[in-house]
Design a protein. Sequence first.
Length: 283
Amino acid sequence: MKYLRQVYEEVKIAKDENLQELLWQLICYSPKMPIRLHQQQLLEEASQSTLQVFDRYFSKSTLHFNFFKWGAGSIKILLTHGWGSKAADFGELVKSLLLVDNVEVWAFDAPGNGSSEGELSNLFLFIEAIKQIEDTFGIPDVMIGHSLGGMANVGAVQQTKKAPKLMISIAPLINLTENFKASMTTAGVTLTEQQKFLNTFQELFGQSTENFSLLKMYDFKASVNHLLLYELNDQISPTQFIMDFLAENTAVKATAYTHTTHAKIIIDPEAIAAILSFIRENI
């Protein structure tokens, strides 16, 4: 987090090409938060593996990422964390899920996040990690994603056409481009410089930034039993974007909260209870 604050301060005073270089750090560097004792204990209880993906956009090298597994049941549940997060941040949810009969819980630190390799990260690295997990361990019965992890889960299903029985999205990001713009605006970046960055971003990834939207990616509609949990006062995944998504995808079941935050919703007792109930009722 200290490094990201430094980048943020440098962006505010940078000019021209130096500014554009710093924007890649501002947008694509995922802050690493220290792991807490109870989180470390949770990881030590897991069966751990190291998988790998190729980073074709930034390092252009193979990146190793860490995978964690708890339990040994036949119902496989995959947890995909959000930006600047890690598997261990799902600690309360992991412990609660293990109370469900016959489950095996999977989680991972995406490349460039948590304990995994990589300096810069992006949505594609999250998606490639999910696909590698599925190639190695099979398609999960339940996919749970928080924030960018919710978008990554959708992206993986969109690409592989292999859907879980249940999908649970917790405060998912809906429009990644708008998140980029919000970060740059907060740092005082002019609209002209923002557009210059977005143009370069499109050139690197070979597609329009309009494609980085759940409204574009969610092409499997009613074929997946999907629960979406969100916070009405969320500043990271604004309610209006959530409502736009739900209006187009009426088969998605949704529950709104007013007492939590974008980060804390994954440890919120009511949200966790809703997740457990949804799984028990539908698996």
